[in-house]
Design a protein around this ligand. Structure first.
Ligand SMILES: NC(=O)c1ccc[n+]([C@@H]2O[C@H](COP(=O)([O-])OP(=O)(O)OC[C@H]3O[C@@H](n4cnc5c(N)ncnc54)[C@H](OP(=O)(O)O)[C@@H]3O)[C@@H](O)[C@H]2O)c1
Length: 256
C-alpha cells in the first residue's frame, strides 16, 4: 500500500483526528510521506495517530489548536526539531457552528466560525511558512466548500449536485467563512507563486463526517483524494485554483 514516491517528504494536516482531515492524513502517509497529524485534543490526537501508526504509517502527533497562536508556534518548533521542514500544509480544521440564515445569525456564531475557519488558516499558514520555505516544492491546500462560492450562491445552481436548483443553502457563518478561505487562497497564491509555493482551495465535496450527521454523496476516501493530489502537485501544477472532489477522482473546477 505504501509507495516510496513521496518518502522523505513531510506534511502537516490540521484537524486530522477525524473526518476529512484524518482521511487526508492517512492517504498522504500511504504515499510514503511523514505526516504530522494536527489535533487540538491530546487524547483524540494521540489515539488517531496510534491507529495510523498501527497500519505501519509514519504519522506523528502535532498538538495544535488553530485558534491558539501559542500552540501553533509550539507545534512549529517541534516539527522544526523533528523534521526540519514541511513540504505540504493542509489547512483543514473547521467548525460549522450556527447553521442559520443571515437574519437569524448571532454575531458570536460568525466570530467563532471565523476564528477557526479563517483566522486559524492564516495563523497556521503564517507560522508554518518558514518550514514550508525550506522545502524545494511546498504546497498549501486550504479545505473549502462549494458553499463558499459566491457564483454558485448567486446563481442558486450547484454544479456538484449536492443541492437541488433553487435550494442552495442559506447559511451566513459557514458560507462567509468559506468565501473568505477562497479569498485568502488567492492572496497567498499570488504572494507565494514567485517562490514556487502552490496554494489551492479544495472542497472534499459532501462526505460523511460528524459535521454533517455522517451523510454524503462521496466516501471519505473519495473526498480526500483531490486534497491529497493538490498537496503533492508537481512543480508544473496549478496555483490559485478552487476545485471539488468527484467520484471519478478527477475533480472539477468550481467558480469563485
Ligand atoms: N464533511 C463535508 O461534507 C465537508 C464538505 C465541505 C467542506 N468540508 C470541510 O472539511 C473540513 C473538515 O470537516 P469535517 O467534515 O471532517 O468535520 P469534522 O469531522 O467535524 O472534523 C473537524 C476537525 O477539525 C478539528 N477542529 C475544530 N476546531 C479546531 C481547532 N480550533 N483547532 C484544531 N482542530 C480543530 C476537529 O477537532 P475535534 O475532534 O477536537 O473537534 C476535527 O478534527 C472543514 O474545513 C469543513 O468545512 C467538509
Amino acid at each position: 500500500m505504501t509507495s516510496s514516491t513521496h518518502s522523505g517528504r513531510v506534511a502537516l494536516v490540521t484537524g486530522a483526528n477525524k473526518g476529512v482531515g484524518h482521511a487526508i492524513a492517512r492517504q498522504l502517509a500511504e504515499l510514503g510521506m511523514t505526516v504530522w497529524l494536527g489535533a487540538r485534543d491530546q487524547q483524540r490526537g494521540t489515539q488517531a495517530t496510534g491507529e495510523l501508526r498501527d497500519l505501519g504509517l509514519d504519522v506523528r502527533f502535532a498538538h495544535l489548536d488553530v485558534t491558539d497562536e501559542g500552540s501553533v508556534a509550539l507545534a512549529a518548533k517541534y516539527i522544526t526539531q523533528e523534521s526540519g521542514r514541511l513540504d505540504a500544509l493542509v489547512n483543514n480544521a473547521g467548525v460549522s457552528r450556527g447553521w442559520a440564515a443571515p437574519s437569524q445569525t448571532p454575531l458570536e456564531d460568525l466570530e467563532a466560525t471565523f476564528a477557526t475557519n479563517v483566522f486559524g488558516y492564516v495563523t497556521v499558514t503564517n507560522t508554518m511558512l518558514p518550514l514550508l520555505r525550506r522545502s524545494d516544492a511546498a504546497r498549501i491546500v486550504n479545505i473549502s466548500s462549494v458553499i463558499g462560492s459566491l457564483t454558485v450562491a448567486a446563481e442558486n445552481h450547484d454544479p456538484t449536485g449536492c443541492f437541488p436548483d433553487g435550494q442552495f443553502p442559506v447559511i451566513l457563518s459557514h458560507s462567509m467563512s468559506k468565501a473568505a478561505v477562497n479569498s485568502l487562497t488567492v492572496m497567498y497564491a499570488n504572494e507565494l507563486r514567485g517562490e514556487g509555493i502552490l496554494v489551492n482551495a479544495v472542497s472534499p465535496n459532501w462526505v460523511p463526517t460528524d459535521a454533517n450527521g455522517n451523510t454524503g454523496i462521496l466516501t471519505l476516501d473519495q473526498g480526500a483524494h483531490l486534497p491529497v493530489r493538490m498537496a503533492t502537485l508537481p512543480d508544473s501544477g496549478p496555483t490559485g485554483t478552487f476545485t471539488v472532489a468527484t467520484a471519478d477522482g478527477l475533480g472539477m473546477a468550481l467558480p469563485w
